[in-house]
Ligand binder design. Structure first.
Ligand code: PLP
Length: 403
């Protein structure tokens, strides 16, 4: 490695948000980037992992149950807009979930057809609705009468799924981002929405929900009860004279459920009329493994370490979701795969800006030998990282590389 001061700089490879540690090929790529003179935070997108993510979805959500039904992928672009991943989604027969003009524009430019796009934001700006209207993007969501009125005004051709509230177990304190705190019509509110839609002449075509992002405490029973509640909402729509065509189970899927999804949704889909298409909007579980983020050590003082990336950069989620990048029992590895065997110090990790609020993890074990000019590489950093990064101090954004 290039020399930094008196001793050569080291790169420590750690498990980030996924269990994967960069393989040999990825380590070589990372060290080449550093040797070529990169001095700020950067990330490497692994194109093999992008293809593997889409394959994972198709393997677990296609051809389910006795009728071999499929849950259709509508990847949540908000999580990660990496073109390599979007290309794999398109090639794998999937579509996208978009929340804004910019996301819709990007996906249309990349070749997604309007009917492969769900404008799943249930509280939309007028100009964004007009854009969807003009570009033939029909499928959207709503969870309030004011939204239905706005749709009537700006987006009359919309086909609307009513977004349903869910009882996210553990809520945000349980490690999940409880989206139902903000979105979703509560039980008992659906009838008023359906009456309003009838009056407005709005086309209600199904139900959507999101059971919570990064659901640390999800259990099978919750997946079942939520899906069954959605079927109840579809039945209510039929009673009001609508013809449901979609059930959108949103995002929040987790890799750890793996094959259980096939079994579970195989049974659940048997309960659903065959004319109803099922969509899913996973973000995190597909995007997380595709990127490794590499940060530079800028200062080490006692138990405080300042890095080139922090809370106002890509490390925001660390504090927001109470996640831990590195399991304390795991030790960083070197390029050759050997574990760091020296003494570890437990430190607080700070970002590079002028704010003392710019810390993102306390009690984090780092090698006691860590010094300015060293690097830490975290794998599994592809979801909600750059997308949430701010420009405080006008710090440079992370540079993206791909392999
Ligand atoms: C409407 C909607 N769909 C899908 C997602 C993706 O969720 P996740 O990344 O947890 O899979 C989100 C995340 O906020 C969302 O708001």
């Amino acid at each position: 490695m290039a020399s930094q001061g008196s001793s050569p700089s080291a790169v420590f490879y750690c498990r980030g948000l996924s269990e994967r540690v960069p393989d040999k090929e990825e380590r070589a790529e990372i060290e080449k980037i550093i040797d070529d003179g990169e001095e700020h935070t950067f990330y490497v997108t692994n194109t093999k992992e992008c293809a593997a993510s889409v394959k994972w979805f198709n393997d677990h959500f296609h051809g389910l149950g006795t009728k071999k039904r499929s849950i259709e992928l509508r990847y949540a672009v908000k999580c990660q807009g990496q073109r390599e991943l979007l290309k794999c989604v398109l090639a794998g027969g999937g579509g996208v979930d978009c929340a804004s003009i910019a996301e819709m524009t990007k996906c249309l430019e990349m070749g997604f057809k309007p009917d492969q796009i769900v404008f799943s934001n249930s509280c939309k700006m007028a100009s964004h609705m007009k854009f969807a209207e003009a570009h033939g993007i029909r499928l959207t969501a709503a969870d309030s009468i004011s939204e239905l009125q706005a749709i009537k005004r700006h987006y009359p051709s919309a086909k609307v799924m009513l977004r349903m509230w869910t009882a996210t177990p553990g809520g945000t304190a349980g490690g999940a981002l409880d989206l139902s705190k903000k979105f979703g019509a509560r039980p008992g509110e659906m009838a008023a929405l359906l009456s309003a839609a009838k009056e407005l002449g709005t086309d209600i075509v199904g139900v959507s929900y999101h059971g919570g992002s990064n659901p640390a405490k999800w259990e099978e029973a919750y997946l079942v009860s939520t899906f069954e509640a959605a079927i109840g909402c579809l039945e209510e729509q039929i009673e009001f004279g609508f013809t449901p065509e979609y059930l959108d189970i949103g995002g929040g899927q987790a890799r750890r459920f793996g094959p259980k999804y096939r079994e579970l949704f195989g049974k659940l889909l048997e309960k659903l009329p065959e004319n109803v298409r099922v969509l899913a909007e996973p973000g995190r579980c597909l995007a997380k493994p595709i990127q490794t983020r590499v940060v530079r050590v800028m200062r080490v003082r006692e138990n405080d370490v300042i890095l080139s990336d922090g809370y106002f950069g890509g490390m925001r989620s660390q504090r927001e979701y109470h996640q831990h990048y590195l399991l304390p029992a795991k030790r960083p590895e070197a390029r050759d795969g050997s574990e760091y065997s020296g003494k570890m110090n437990v430190v607080t990790l700070y970002g590079p800006t002028c704010s003392s609020l710019d810390w993102f993890q306390k009690d984090f074990p780092v090698p006691a030998s860590l010094k300015p000019g060293d690097w830490i590489a975290w794998s599994g950093m592809g979801s909600y990282v750059d997308k949430k990064s701010s420009r405080f101090n006008d710090m440079p954004q992370a540079t993206g590389y791909k392999m």
